[in-house]
Design a protein around this ligand. Structure first.
Ligand code: ADP
Ligand code: MG
Length: 693
């Protein structure tokens, strides 16, 4: 049997094409439900739950939960570690797919051997190939990868034969995607696509959580979110209240925490006004797509709503006001993607009948370029070969010249995906080494061919005088900062992974001050800038708050969004009163939990109790080759800061006004490799060595 699978961020669905009725049908899961939560739960007893069962666990805080892992698809990062085993998003997706497939096989009594899997249109090459691998890891042939909005349009265009231009507005649980397609006589041509992959229904859920917690704090001075199980329960419950508000005018939300009980009423009007900015963020994406295609709203005939979040009545109203176009909502808005995939599965099957006539063409969401040296020879640039929104499949050729006198027998080619001319603003997709050509130093011309196949996956081939050459894919080096520098100083060193723990003093004094800005706000802003400056895939941050107690606000992550969110959460009340503790031991265990150099940045405005303890812990860090940088202002004790800093100039004394500047200095020192980050700073075996030739 062939199926279509919508592998969603928050919910997934499986469909097949029913030849008897000539219609795609959803295959229900073991619970009889049409959609399955994209959640996996690892239980302490070793059991692993997937889907519905896992989502239930999510709210009562048992085991380790993985949700929304699709957001990290293809980036190779560890999404969950459990029982000594690491799982990437690709592994988790494979587990979810396996579950979906098994359920569907049980429901139909047939074996599934082939699947079309959908991905967001903006997914890049890494993310697409990771999705294919995840499918193949569970033993099915992935006959095609198809863009979600395209799938939705297929399920729609298939029903409606009239010629028109349609904007597919897909607001899911964690992502937003907008795509413009042209439908002619049942044929579908995608003409452009754009997305924001950190915007979705979960942001509406979060608004409800914030709404009730803010009131709870006002009344009782405690934040229910400080308790993780309570927080998780609230997030899951908020989704339910949100769905209720799609049909009811108001909901009553009970909240019990820390011995206090409260009840809050939220009306749909209030809910809509506190989430207005989220809809408006989708508007920016739509407008940007319209602009980039050089069309206007009047060129759009209809707007097709896709994704569970478009069930909120505010969405169609908002779109009607924005565009003046007809907005079409289907009752199966969160099933259309799976159904379109099921139709595609059939379309690509050799003995398809009737459906064959329908042609579907898609575009690429990202430009494809090659790393080149700029004309002045002073910097690298991204030379775009295939423009975004080009129809796929597509192929382009580029001539590469080896100058007379150069007798090299290899060429290294880096492929970039992205719109910017600045290489480091793009994704470095692949490194290939081309060899096998004749070069006697007389000057050589080599043709390199780039191809986007119909899955949106990139292929590279090379030729000399029409004869194919060896093209060997090699891992992209972890450290590619040289692409931002002068081509003359391209180094051949390895990437240095950095684990940075930021420890922020959250004692009461951080909320007091006589200037315009509270210390805590100045600190948050400086840390935000600091993170923004240093953030890249090789830099992991953790955030620790300390006062009388210690709280790990964010575990190590290289997800900029997660860390910035956790900075927003920082507040003085979040660490409770209790016995005195120094954050250094905690920070030390966090930064040593991963390979790479460890850096601890401590920000404090006061005098610490049990200084000796802290100095002792600092010594432990020094023994582990961890760099401690101590920033003090206000009442902070300079000589103490010098004692805990582990490098020369590692104690910085500043003022609230200049805190940003100070953090800027630290960021520069860290990124330039000063401040204890010199080679060899990491203890043996802890620096990650990239697999270089
Ligand atoms: P994804 O493709 O991102 O996995 P879906 O398209 O299935 O997600 O949409 C899931 C999102 O839709 C969730 O945030 C869910 O809360 C939201 N949703 C589903 N039904 C409703 C509803 N009736 N009202 C509001 N939001 C809804
Ligand atoms: Mg979806």
């Amino acid at each position: 049997m062939k199926v279509g699978i919508d592998l969603g961020t928050t919910y997934s669905a499986v469909a097949r094409y029913d030849k008897n009725t000539s219609k795609p049908v959803i295959i229900p899961n073991a619970f009889g439900k049409e959609i399955t939560p994209s959640v996996i739960c690892f239980l302490d007893d070793g059991d692993i739950l997937v889907g519905e069962d896992a989502k239930d666990m999510q709210s009562n805080g048992t085991g380790v939960n993985a949700a929304a892992f699709k957001r990290n698809m293809g980036d190779g990062s560890i999404a969950v570690s459990f029982n000594g085993k690491d799982y990437t998003s690709e592994d988790l997706s494979a587990m979810l797919l396996k579950h979906l497939i098994e359920d569907a096989e049980k429901a139909t009594g047939e074996k599934i051997d082939e699947a079309v899997i959908t991905v967001p249109a903006y997914f890049n090459d890494f993310q697409r190939t990771a999705t294919i691998r995840a499918g193949e890891a569970c033993g099915v042939k992935v006959s095609k990868i198809i863009n979600e909005p395209t799938a939705a349009a297929i399920s729609y265009g298939y029903k409606h034969a009239a010629d028109k231009t349609v904007m597919v507005y897909d607001l899911g649980g964690g992502t937003f995607d907008v795509t413009i397609v042209r439908i002619t006589k049942g044929n579908i041509e995608v003409i452009g696509t754009e997305g924001n992959h950190i915007l979705g229904g979960k942001d509406w859920d979060a608004a409800i959580v914030k709404y009730v917690c803010d009131q709870f704090i006002d009344e009782y001075d405690v934040d229910p979110r400080d308790d993780l199980p309570t927080k998780n329960e609230l997030i899951v419950a908020a989704e339910g209240y949100k769905k209720t508000l799609s049909i009811a005018e108001s909901v009553t939300i009970p909240l019990n925490y820390d011995g206090y009980s409260a009840k809050y009423t939220l009306t749909r009007d209030e809910f809509e006004s506190m989430t207005e900015h989220l809809l408006s963020a989708t508007k920016d994406v739509c407008n940007s797509l319209i602009d980039s295609l050089q069309i206007t709203w009047t060129d759009i005939d209809e707007i097709l709503l896709v994704g569970g979040s478009t069930r909120m009545p505010s969405v169609s109203r908002f779109l009607r006001d924005l565009t003046g176009r007809e907005v079409i909502a289907h009752s199966d808005t969160d099933l259309a993607v799976a159904k379109g995939a099921a139709i595609t599965a059939e379309l690509y099957c050799s003995n398809a009948t009737g459906l064959r006539a329908m042609q579907v063409s898609d575009v690429t969401a990202h430009s494809l370029g090659v790393l080149s040296v700029a004309q002045d020879g002073r910097k690298y640039v991204n030379e775009i070969m295939i423009k975004r929104n080009s129809k796929v499949p597509t192929t382009t050729r580029r001539q590469f010249t080896i100058k007379k006198g150069n007798v090299t027998d290899k060429i290294e080619v880096y492929t970039l995906q992205g719109e910017s001319r600045v290489p480091l603003d793009c994704n470095v997709l692949a490194k290939v080494v081309i060899s096998g050509f004749f070069n006697r130093g007389q000057g050589v011309i080599i043709d390199i061919e780039y191809n986007y196949d119909e899955n949106g996956v990139v292929n590279i081939t090379a030729f000399q005088d029409g004869e194919p050459l060896n093209v060997e894919a090699q891992p992209v080096p972890d450290d590619i900062r040289w692409m931002g520098g002068d081509p003359h100083d391209k180094p051949s060193d390895e990437a240095i992974l950095k684990n940075i723990a930021i420890c922020v003093d959250l004692s009461r004094s951080m909320e007091m001050g006589n200037g315009d800005v509270l210390p805590i706000d100045a600190a948050k802003q400086s840390i935000r800038d600091f993170v923004n400056t240093l953030q890249d895939k090789d830099t992991y941050f953790s955030l620790i708050g300390f006062g009388d107690k210690i709280k790990v606000v964010q575990e190590l992550t290289n997800d900029g969004y997660a860390i910035l969110n956790s900075i927003d959460e920082l507040k003085v009340k979040m660490v409770g009163r209790g016995t005195d503790a120094s954050p250094l031991d905690m920070a030390r265990s966090i930064v040593s939990s991963k390979p790479g150099v460890g850096i601890i940045v401590v920000l404090t405005d006061g005098i610490w109790g049990k200084k000796d303890n802290a100095v002792e812990q600092a010594r432990g860090c020094r023994d582990d080759n961890i760099t401690i940088i101590a920033v003090g202002f206000g009442e902070a004790d300079t000589s103490f800061l010098r004692q805990i800093a582990t490098v020369d100039d590692g104690a910085l004394f500043t003022t609230i006004d200049r805190l940003g500047e100070t953090f800027g200095t630290i960021a520069t020192a860290i990124s330039s490799g000063n401040m204890g980050l010199r080679e060899g700073a990491a203890p043996g075996g802890r620096t990650q060595v990239s697999s270089r030739d």
